[in-house]
Design a protein around this ligand. Structure first.
Ligand SMILES: O=C(O)CNC(=O)[C@H](CS)NC(=O)CCC(=O)C(=O)O
Length: 284
């Protein structure tokens, strides 16, 4: 059986300094738990947002030595809350030197209930000035993950994954009722695509979508500028936007009610209406 939960999304502006980011996140997690949240979520690359591979090599750690993971696991246990660490950049020890972009679901005892490595890499030329080559720095995962909680089954995704509907459908078919979509979306694509993509994933799966996002200007004046879109979002299974946090940092709350999943899927049971088809290319 599942029960409702108050979810808290942290909208933050991570810098390239993991210790500072940890302090900021811990203060916000404490505040959210004080407000009664039983499930707190942080954005993609909460520990370090950086354009420099050299800097990442200096400050990122292996999972077992990572102070942000350890600090947040301890805090989840102290407060007795579920915590989605949207993602951490981590060293993996792989020969090619690439990092993992890894999301963690932490249980109220501080245990790692599930982890997920971002599958789809943002290798995109957004416009003439803005190019991303995520796969230069990060090694993609190849394993989709669902995990049971008292408030529903969580299907884990990260950021650019939102553009691949079959991943979300597979998660929902495996039982997911809540899709987590931590992000560091680009401002240009965010303005055009962020909300409709998140709403579409919720509507077509009949899942809640919880999308905590990085926001604002992440770099110092001496660094190449890096900005993110913000607009951390909660979408209900019927498609209503329950929370849109705009561009300021802060904490946003939404009530997650498993009954809303049941009700949306009863009204439109499309998740069970897949049909096999052939693809006729003879007229090409
Ligand atoms: O760079 C890091 O350290 C962490 N990774 C990210 O921030 C990634 C790759 S640059 N961002 C996205 O996936 C944005 C996707 C997006 O904006 C879209 O789909 O339009």
């Amino acid at each position: 059986m599942t029960a409702p939960v108050k979810a808290a999304l942290l909208q933050i502006t991570s810098t390239d300094q993991p210790e500072g980011n940890l302090g900021m996140i811990r203060a916000m997690v404490a505040e959210a738990a004080g407000q009664g949240a039983g499930f707190v979520l942080t954005p993609e690359v909460s520990n370090c947002l950086s354009n420099s591979r050299a800097h990442q090599r200096e400050v990122l750690c292996m999972q077992d030595d990572d102070p942000v993971l350890a600090g947040l696991r301890a805090q989840a246990a102290e407060l007795g809350i579920w915590l989605l660490i949207g993602s951490l950049g981590l060293k993996t020890g792989e020969a090619d030197g690439r990092f993992a972009n890894r999301s963690f679901l932490i249980d109220p005892k501080g245990g790692i209930a599930a982890w997920y490595d971002k599958i789809h890499m943002f290798d995109v030329n957004v416009d003439a000035h803005e190019t991303y080559r995520e796969s230069d720095g990060y090694r993609p995962g190849d394993r989709a993950v669902v995990a049971a909680t008292p408030f529903g089954t969580v299907g884990m995704t990260i950021c650019y994954d939102v553009r691949f509907p079959y991943l979300h459908r597979a998660l929902a078919k495996a039982g997911a009722t809540i899709l987590t979509a931590p992000a560091a979306f680009s401002p240009v694509t965010g303005a055009a695509h962020w909300e409709p993509l998140q709403r579409a994933r919720a509507i077509e799966t009949g899942c809640y979508v919880l999308a905590p996002a990085q926001t604002g200007l992440h770099t110092r004046p001496d660094q190449k500028e890096r900005r993110t879109h913000g607009h951390s979002m909660v979408v209900a299974p019927w498609g209503e936007v329950l929370l849109d946090m705009g561009t300021e940092t802060g904490i946003g709350y939404a009530e997650i009610d498993p009954a809303a999943v049941t009700s949306a899927r009863k009204r439109v049971p499309s998740l069970g209406h897949d049909r096999p088809f052939s693809l006729d290319t003879s007229a090409l």
